[in-house]
Design a binder for this molecule. Sequence first.
Ligand code: FAD
Length: 490
Amino acid sequence: QQPVAVIGAGIAGIATAARLAVAGYPVTVFEAGPTFGGKMQQFALPGGYRFDAGPSLFTLPQLVDDIFRLAGRRPEDYFRYERLDPITHYFFADGARLTAWADAGKFATEVEAKLGTPAAEVTRFLSRAGKAYDATAGTFLHKSLHKAGTYFSPETLKAVAALPQLGLLGTMHQRHETAFGQDARLVQLFDRYATYNGSDPYQAPATLSMIPHLEHGIGAFYPEGGIYAIAESLVKLATEFGVKFRYNEAVEEIITADKQVTGLRTALDVYDFGRVVSNMDVVPTYRRLLPHQPAPERTLAQPRSSSALIFYWGIARAFPELDVHNIFFSADYQAEFKAIFEEKTVADDVTVYVNITSKKTPADAPPGHENWFVMVNVPHDQGQDWDALTQKTRATVLRKLRQALGTDIEPLIAAEKTWTPPGIAADTSSFGGALYGSSSNNPLAAFLRHPNFSGRLDGLYFCGGSVHPGGGIPLCLLSAKIVSSLINEG
Ligand code: FAD
């Protein structure tokens, strides 16, 4: 097999390298940073706190298992995880609280008791989401949407035809209003799933209403040791199959001749490769590594997804009323998304997500302490004054947490670090610090993402959150599956 180069050791780059190595390809991964993981990074703060820097919610773990099985290995020898129950603690702006239990029936009963919507309506909504997912995932997520074979296959036509019957026309928010009428809190709860790919529920298509099925139908999971264990376990497998990881070696140019990729140039050397997979964001791949090639401008101009402002806090106290995933909703969700996607700023009231891995991995914080990952959705970087927005948002977050928990959090902060959109862009080369590449704020977004291969240059492929099928760990893993199939089919 011909050698393959992968640019970037993000989760999709690692998974692509592992899959190709298992298929017999010699693979070299070039990573600009000092280690693997990209957005799926981990770090420590003084005083004994460990944090996962980026992703915190893990769904579809079987996509990780698949890679170990493909290699003929037992997944549990590399990577273990548990299904979370409860999934999330919700705190609404009016003081109501709700626990999302893993069992859909128990969750529906809790909704009826706490918010008033009959349990049967919740289970009906979730079961339709499951049906919609089953009808469409095989076509829209597991295959390249840009090969005629997929596009015009009977399966795709069936999937597209199924959408109206499944009540999936209009926006996500409209879909939830139709399902839950006046229960504004339940609408808000389900609208939030738009943020799972950095989108706006008031614009995103109703097809995204199937995202809750991932958590409530299939499950939310916690990897033993935290999210970083996903990257670690796959790097271990890849290394066993001979993948070479070259850290601190940023690729500066993809070399081409006669519409064919012929190699790479890094700061250290020039390498021959007939096949290159870019796992870096597709925008800088074209702008920086292929400056003399025509770029797919329409694709690159698609609106970016949201980014995030994250406060990592070592907290000198334990909060039994919190769990791994906790959401503190804003009072005006529409204003919050308008601020992000139209005004390109951060609203005065925001929804706050607190993730605490020390609930499951006690070693992540000293005894009696907790490691809080406190995240607010914000626009991607377009030159805003992030110092001012960070200060303002920190104050909002502290005020909201004090109101909801009845405790002043600020004096409990024993260690602190902040990650802003420009920081995310600088550390991972993600364009504007967008978390999920382009947003899904229009019905055609799935078709407008960059394909997993170049239409102009033979031997050039793309994986990762900025290309098809999209951002987030599961979709990144699927991009790796698609790219390795394309290379194998050759
Ligand atoms: P990236 O992680 O973007 O990595 C790309 C790599 O390429 C980097 O290591 C970078 O250094 C390297 N690189 C760039 N340029 C070069 C170059 N020229 N040469 C060599 N190397 C280069 N997803 C979820 O599923 N659940 C969540 O809860 C979730 N929450 C998130 C919260 C935050 C704060 C963030 C930042 C992301 C979150 N995501 C979540 C999204 C998820 O983390 C990403 O979709 C996924 O990790 C992206 O992986 P990737 O393979 O696209 O590569």
